[in-house]
Design a binder for this molecule. Structure first.
Ligand code: D41
Length: 693
């Protein structure tokens, strides 16, 4: 321990900050709120400012240090960074398995460490005596670029190791950009009119290649480590020195890759928590399927699985070919990008009049699904891509989102490729289009005169989370509109049995069922009616906030901009849309008509702050919820007074575990925290009788 009291205070602060970082990034289990971390860091920054002589390279304050560089210097790796061989199907993996099984000549199935293959950038980090010395990209495997200044800005990379770390450590891992950081980055780029990144890997690579560390610091990268390059325990030169000054056994490396990963983790370096041991080829392929099934729900992009023979002895026996080990193989998922041809572009009109160009494509398999449509978003996107009818385009499908056109293959453009002309008026009702100055979306000004907007708004009105009219699907609404049986949402409540039976393929029984469902929908809640009206920017959560704060329909229709802006989550734009909606005479008539047809809801009672049933509780939502959207579940819990956190700690009150819940569920069980299912959450919600959405 230093003798200077200031230095001691600095040291303690740094240790506390390092501990919090470790709990957060490595254990994924913080015991304090973020605000505590922020306070400690703030204290450290101010003490170091007053006593700059105590600042060290590895102080937590030095993550974004120094000036921008003029260029990158090169670093020769202590041992080469190998590459990985690939297979693209189960058969090729089975052949690999047979080959290594023959070579190892064992009578037992081979044990593999199975790891998600992160779609990022390979790096090497070198620690001497526990201090991060430098970090480099893979480069050509022998020589990489020094990216220490940017790597230090990644919060999950420790600047100092903990535990019984080796005196010299070269550890390899993947730097990546989590999906939510990527989405935020691109959203901001679009707002600022900057170029967007095609995928998180490009964004991560682009961030590491910045000379100014402030840019990388703002890009929110993350890292998982997956292999050792070098590890030397110099202090254990002989048996007598196998004990450190503190009497602890100086560690040796484990003889299993999986155990080595745990060892790496014990030194404070984060590893991916989906990694598992599997015995035999069949079990490996099952792992591939399991991870494939939850791929879209993982918070980071992966492009396959890496299988590594677990026994280090077997690894050494098998050795390398060229630049890749014989004991590991990457099993890639089917490509999520494919090339196809653009046949033509349709312009669709949505509920709020937004005109969306939709690309009609030559059908193509992308990531195992046949794709024949892709969104082109808006006019700016067509211009940005410079896409023309007849062009060959790259289609990307990620998760459940609508497929996108990533780029045009200009080399394949034919001379007769036709530029796309954006319509000058609404393609359905010919009304004029309008565009707000700072937005990219053109809208039809026809309102409910536009049959497309009318039909879409009725489809929205009857949908499950709105009036929830069972059996009234999109197609049937279109037929009812086309046959002029309904012209507004209120007309639904005037439909007769004869009207319905007159339709093709509508039998008496279905007509009766539908009429019953329509009757049932009249008993609803204020929040649902508000949501069902389809006011621009008013989703389920805003509708619920409006109902809970203003309590009564009349208060909502008469609310001024100021009244509305006082409500949580309602800003000036949303307030403007609400006031404009209720200022429209037609809309008021539709509402009166709904009420006169018997649409009713129970009175909403004011909320008494002291009676918030979940006040001072912290809830965590994990896994996939099937009935509630995660955001809605969060909003409801918050309405009940709970705090909703992203990670499980000893302060968590309750964890709601949806389907395929993973590490958070495991942690909750370890910490003996109450875990409930989505069904049980719904029961909790209804027991408090709040307006459920
Ligand atoms: O997640 C990855 N991208 C990943 C990459 C991984 N989980 N394990 C890896 N293991 C290796 C060996 C077996 C050579 C240590 C790798 C890579 N290599 C790798 N990444 C880029 C080139 C090689």
């Amino acid at each position: 321990m230093p003798s200077d009291p200031i230095e001691i205070q600095i040291k303690i602060l740094r240790q506390e900050i390092e501990e919090l970082n470790y709990q957060y990034y490595v254990l994924d289990n913080p015991s304090y709120p973020d605000s505590h971390y922020d306070k400690l860091l703030h204290d450290l920054i101010s003490i170091e400012k007053q006593h700059p002589k105590f600042i060290t390279e590895t102080s937590p304050t030095q993550r974004v240090g120094g000036q921008a560089l003029n260029g990158f210097s090169q670093i020769t790796h202590l041992t080469p960074m190998l590459s990985l061989d690939n297979v693209f199907d189960a058969d090729s993996f089975s052949k690999f398995y047979e080959r290594v099984f023959q070579k190892i000549a064992s009578d037992q199935p081979i044990t593999f460490t199975c790891e998600p293959k992160l779609d990022g950038l390979a790096i090497s980090c070198v620690y001497e005596n526990g201090n991060l010395i430098h970090a480099a990209t893979r480069g050509d495997g022998k020589i990489g670029e020094d990216v220490t200044h940017n790597i230090k800005t990644i919060q999950s990379i420790p600047l100092k190791l903990r535990g019984n770390f080796p005196d010299l450590l070269d550890v390899r891992g993947e730097v990546f950009m989590p999906k939510d950081s990527f989405d935020k980055l691109n959203k901001k780029a679009i707002e600022n009119g900057d170029k967007t990144f095609a995928n998180p890997r490009n964004a991560a690579a682009g961030s590491l290649r910045q000379l100014d560390p402030k840019i990388a610091a703002n890009r929110k990268l993350a890292v998982y480590f997956y292999a050792l390059g070098n590890a030397e325990f110099n202090s254990a030169k002989n048996d007598a020195e196998k004990y450190s000054d503190y009497g602890q056994l100086v560690e040796k490396l484990e003889d299993s890759h999986f155990k080595r990963l745990k060892q790496i983790q014990s030194w404070g370096l984060p590893i991916c928590d989906e990694i598992e041991l599997r015995h035999g080829g069949k079990a490996c392929l099952e792992y591939f399927k399991e991870i494939g099934a939850k791929r879209d729900r993982l918070p980071y992009e992966i492009d396959g699985i890496v299988y590594k023979i677990d026994s280090i002895l077997d690894q050494e026996e098998l050795g390398f070919v060229a630049k890749a080990p014989r004991w590991a193989i990457a099993h890639k998922f089917p490509a999520q990008e494919e090339m196809t041809q653009l046949k033509y572009v349709d312009f669709q009109v949505g509920r709020t009049g937004a005109i969306t160009p939709v690309a009609r494509l030559e059908p193509v398999f992308v990531g195992g699904v046949m794709v024949s449509n892709a969104t082109l978003h808006n006019k700016d996107e067509i211009e940005r891509l410079d896409v023309r009818v007849g062009d060959h385009v790259i289609i990307r499908r990620a998760g459940d989102v609508i497929p996108q056109i990533v780029s045009v293959v200009l080399d394949k453009r034919e001379s007769n490729a036709l530029p796309i002309t954006f319509p000058k008026s609404c393609p359905i009702c010919q009304s004029a289009l309008e565009k707000e100055t700072d937005q990219a979306i053109y809208r039809c000004t026809g309102g409910l005169i536009c049959s497309a907007q009318k039909t879409q708004s009725i489809i929205h009105f009857v949908s499950r989370k709105a009036m929830n009219i069972d059996g009234l699907g999109d197609k049937l609404v279109e037929v009812l509109c086309d046959n002029k049986l309904i012209n507004s949402v209120a007309d639904i409540y005037q439909l007769s049995k004869d009207d319905l039976i007159s339709l093709e393929r509508m039998a008496e029984k279905s007509a009766n069922n539908l009429l019953q469902a329509i009757e049932k929908s009249k008993q609803t809640s204020l929040a649902k009616v508000i949501y069902a009206l389809g006011i621009r920017e008013v989703g389920e959560v805003t509708a619920m906030n409006l109902a809970n704060n203003l309590l009564d329909f009349k208060n909502i229709t008469d609310a001024s901009l100021e009244d509305l802006e006082k409500i949580e989550d309602i800003g000036p734009i949303v307030a403007k849309h609400i006031v404009a909606f209720f200022g429209n005479e037609n809309n008021r008539q539709v509402i009166d008509s709904l009420v006169s047809h018997g649409v009713t809801w129970p009175e909403v009672k004011p909320k008494d702050e002291s009676e918030l049933p979940l006040l001072n509780q912290t809830w965590v939502l994990t896994g996939t919820l099937s009935q509630l959207k995660r955001n809605d579940a969060k909003a409801i819990l918050q309405t009940l007074g709970a705090k909703v956190s992203g990670s499980v700690s000893k302060n968590t009150t309750c964890v709601v575990a949806g389907e395929s819940a993973g590490s958070k569920l495991k942690k909750a069980i370890e910490l003996d925290i109450e875990v409930i299912s989505e069904e049980e959450l719904l029961k909790v919600i209804s027991s408090f009788q709040i307006v459920k959405i």
